[in-house]
Design a protein around this ligand. Sequence first.
Ligand code: PLP
Length: 285
Amino acid sequence: RTVYVNGEYLPENEAKISIFDRAFLMADGVYEVTSVLDGKLIDFEGHRVRLERSLRELDMPKPEAFDDLLEIHRELVRINDIEEGMIYLQITRGAPDDRDFVFPDPETTPATLVLFTQNKPGLANNPTAQKGIKVISIEDARWGRRDIKTVQLLYPSMGKMMAKKAGADDAWMVQDGFVTEGTSNNAYFIKGNTIVTRALSNDILHGITRAAVLRFAAEAQMQVEERNFTIEEAKQADEAFITSASTFVMPVVDIDGTAIGTGKPGNRALRLREIYLEESRKAAV
Ligand code: PLP
C-alpha cells in the first residue's frame, strides 16, 4: 500500500516517523477516519471541520499541507484503488529534538501529517448489520475532553477487549449513571418513533455520522431527543444502534445480556442505515 507522510507518497515499509514524535511519546496527536464508498469520500467536509477544531482546541499547529487534504485523500484513494474502505489521517505536534512536556515552538517543530488507506470491500453491505451487535456497559474512565479526537485510545481499546472477553462486540461507557458513547461510536436507542442519544458536550465525540443521521431522522418520520439516558432505559427500548464513519448505522441487539426489542435488528435502525448510505453516497466527493 502507498501511504502519505509529510508531503511524500511512499510504500508503507519506507515511511518513517521520529521516535521523538509527540504522538509516540505523549499521545499528542489528533486523527480522523473518513469512509470511502464507490471510490468517493463520505462526509469529507464534516471531518475536515472537526479536525480543524481538534487542532484549535489543543493549540496544535496545522501541517503545511492542510489546505490540500482533499487532494491528498483523493490521490491515496486513486493510487491504492480503493472502492470501499477507510482513510486514516493523523496530525501530531511533530518531533522536537528531545522529550519535553512543554509544547515545542511550531516554527522549529512542524506538525507531522500521516495518511493511509484501509481497503474494506463490502463495507456498505456489511452482513453484521443484518445480525446486529452485542454490547456490554463499562465505566467511562477516559479524560474529560472526549470532544477532541485525540489518539489517546488506550481505554477504548481496553473497553473493546473487555467486550470481547464477555462474548460481546463492543462496550457502551457510563459516567455518573448515564451512557456517554461506545468505544469508537455514538450510542442511541429508539422508543416508539423517537431516537434518543446523549447531547453534545465535552463528554462525547461529536460524531460526523451522528450529525448526518439526526438530520435524516425527519426523512424516516422520526423525532430526536438529545438527552442523558441510562443502560436500564436503553434495555427497555424497542431498538438500539450505534453510528460511526466505519459502521454507518449498526443495530445493537443485546445490552449486558438483555435482548433489545425482538433481539433482532430493528426496522427503524435498518431504515436509518439505508437512508444514511443513500444520502451520503449522493453527497460523496
Ligand atoms: N465516538 C467515539 C469515541 C469515536 O471514536 C468515534 C469514531 O471514531 C465516534 C464516536 C463516531 O464518530 P464519527 O461518526 O465521526 O466516525
